[in-house]
Structure formats: C-alpha cells, structure tokens
Design a protein around this ligand. Structure first.
Ligand code: SAM
Length: 362
C-alpha cells in the first residue's frame, strides 16, 4: 500500500491510486485537500468565475429515477419562463459582472424548442453586446441542433454522464431509447467535435455506486479530455423511484465528504480544467460550495432564476436559496468567496484553460 503523500507526488494515477485517494480520511484527507487547492492556484489561479444559472423550465420529457422534476412526478408545478423573464435574468447577470450565464431546463427535443433556444442565445448576445458567455445545459439533442446553437453564440455545454458504470446507469434510468448510455456518450462526442467547451459530471453517492465506479468516472473525464466538470452529491427525493433505496445510501455527510474528495482528486488529475462547486454541495452544508472552492473548484453557478419559480425546480430536497431573489444572493456571494480565499473574476468569461490549450494544439 502506497502512502497518500507518495501518490499525491505522482504525475499520473492508476485506478487503484485514485481509489486510495478517495478513501483517505483524517490528516491524509487534509493533505489531499491542501494539494487540490495548491494545484488549482498553480494552474488556474485563485479566481472564481460566476455562471448565473437560469433554470428556465422544469418541463421534462425524461423520467430519470433520481430526479424530482421527472416527467412522471405529477406533484411538480410545471413552469416555463417567458423570453422576457429569461432576458431580464441575463441582464441582471450582465449588469452585476457575472460574465456568463447558464441556461438550464428539463429536456425537450421538439423543433420549437430548438428554435427557441437559438433565438434566446442570439438575443442574449445582442442584449449584452457580446459580453455574456453562454453555457447551455438542456440535455440530449441531435448534432444539427447542437451545431445550430453553437453558431448562434453558445460556446459551452454541460451534459452530465451521471455515472460511467453502464449497469448502474441502467439501474437509475428507465430502460428505453430516451435514457440510453451510448446516446448520451455520443452527444458528448458531438459537442466536443462541434467546438463547444464540453462539460460533464456525475452524481456522487448513488445507491449501488462503488469507490471503483467513482475512480473510473475520474479516469473517463481524463480519457475523454473533458474541459469542465460539475459534480456533486446525489440527494434523495421522496417523489422518485430511487427513494426506495435510501437505506442503501451513505449518510449524507459522507456523500458530501466524498464529493469534496472527488473535486480535489480531479484537480490533481486534470490540472487545467474548470471545476464547478455544484449547488448540491450547498444543499448539504450551508458553506458547501465554498468548501468545494477551497479544495480545487474554480467555478460557481449562483442561481439567478426569478425567486418565484425556484421552488419548482426541485431536483432534490433541501435545495438552497429557493426563497431568495437574485439581488439578495449577490450580496452574500462576495463575502462567501473571500472566505474561501478566492477572488471573483467579475466580468470575465473564465474559459477552461484545458479547452484553450487543446484548441491551440490543433
Ligand atoms: N435536462 C438536462 C440534463 O439532463 O442534462 C439538465 C437538467 S438536469 C435536472 C441537471 C442535473 O441535475 C442532472 O444532470 C443530474 O446530475 C442532477 N440531478 C438530478 N437529480 C438529482 C438528485 N436527486 N441529486 C443530485 N443531483 C441531481
């Protein structure tokens, strides 16, 4: 068995090295966290870049077994922000120096939806005089649709693979064409090929998930050459099928702890990527995202969805800040980042250095 100190000093990591890092506790864990922070500062600096998150609709065609806004959950009050509400939120981001926005929603593969997003992307670009960077996170689409949105001005895309263990993927999704692992993987390849800064991620602490699965997830990010990662703890939702397995789960604090370790280990593995401190971290610990920043993350996605709708984008229970208005959120963010020894990259895009580096190599 190697020591954590010696693994940390290596320039490459085997699956068993990664597992050992994910299992470390106590002083060794503190060492890992310190190293995650050190590598981050060395390679991407101590700036934290904001992506103002606009959860513009919770209407979803999919039925993922873990997700509170799944199609079959009839107790969700469905909403769909109109274009002017979305543009107002984007204007708020622009005026407050957020640099970028993320448009996220449930999934919809209609042509009307594709038209709407293309149009919204152009309008946001126009309204902000090209200042706002735009990330999309609206699920699986065809190559043609992704291309259209890229041409309209979106330049980053987030599509979590959720888990790279295909058997586990099948256990947490219905068994049909709408929920197909290979299709999701094809989408990621498509996005990368088109030229998007491509982001993915996994849920941490899913029922039946092992440490080896998580180590494989990390190796997948590396082998794929991903530019951005957003990952956080799985949080059970009582109105979902996966809730049946809540007794199989690690205690929530352990899922949180494991999520911080995943961030730190990923930073050692992929030094120049952008790593988001996911909102789900804050659902477990009020300072969860700041803790994520301290161990290796450099991106935060403050929720700027109008307060009226936030309660209804309930992917999991205890979602933070659901009753705040965006302006209230901003005030607390400055203090929070300073606490995590970070500096906010106001008005900057904060593109993934990994993306810039790979583009320069082509
Ligand atoms: N529909 C788009 C997609 O699937 O990419 C974007 C919205 S989807 C709700 C965003 C992410 O929420 C998913 O990729 C999933 O990882 C996460 N999520 C859903 N339910 C969750 C839960 N119970 N706990 C933690 N994360 C969850």
């Amino acid at each position: 068995m190697k020591s954590i100190t010696s693994i940390i000093g290596q320039s490459s990591f085997s699956q068993s090295d990664l597992e050992q890092l994910l299992l470390c506790e106590g002083d060794e864990k503190q060492l890992l966290f310190k190293e995650g922070c050190r590598i981050k500062e060395l390679f991407v600096g101590n700036k934290v870049y904001f992506r103002g998150l606009i959860e513009f609709s919770n209407i979803c065609d999919k039925d993922c077994f873990y997700c509170g806004i799944r199609n079959s959950n009839l107790s969700v009050r469905r909403y769909n922000l109109n274009d002017s509400e979305i543009l107002d939120a984007a204007r708020f981001a622009d005026e407050n120096g957020f640099g970028s926005v993320v448009l996220q929603s449930g999934e919809n593969s209609s042509s009307a939806f594709a038209d709407r997003i293309a149009n919204l992307v152009s309008k946001i670009k126009q309204m902000s005089n090209g200042r706002l960077g735009i990330t999309l996170s609206v699920g699986e689409q065809t190559d043609a649709v992704y291309r259209r949105w890229f041409n309209a001005g979106a330049h980053r895309y987030l599509l979590r693979i959720e888990t790279t263990n295909q058997e586990l993927f099948r256990r947490i999704h219905p068994d049909n064409q709408l929920h197909d692992f290979n299709c999701r993987m094809d989408c990621l390849h498509s996005l990368k090929g088109i030229g998007f800064q491509t982001g993915t991620g996994v849920m941490i602490g899913l029922p039946f998930q092992t440490t080896a699965d998580l180590a494989n997830d990390l190796l997948f990010f590396q082998q794929f050459g991903i530019d951005m990662v957003g990952m956080g703890p799985y949080i059970e939702h009582s109105e979902t099928p996966l809730y049946t397995f809540r007794h199989e789960l690690l205690p929530i604090q352990e899922r949180f702890n494991l999520s911080l370790k995943m961030i730190a280990v990923l930073r050692l593995l992929m030094k120049d990527i952008n790593i988001a401190a996911a909102t789900a971290l804050q659902a477990v610990d009020p300072l969860g995202r700041e803790k994520g920043i301290k161990v290796g993350a450099n991106i935060m996605m403050p929720n700027i969805t109008p307060g009226l709708y936030r309660n209804d984008y309930s992917l999991y229970e205890n979602k933070p800040c659901v009753d705040e208005e965006p302006a209230q959120c901003k005030g607390c963010l400055d203090a929070r980042i300073a606490m995590a020894d970070g500096e906010i990259g106001y008005g900057e895009w904060g593109d993934s250095l990994h993306f810039i580096n790979r583009r320069n190599k082509d």
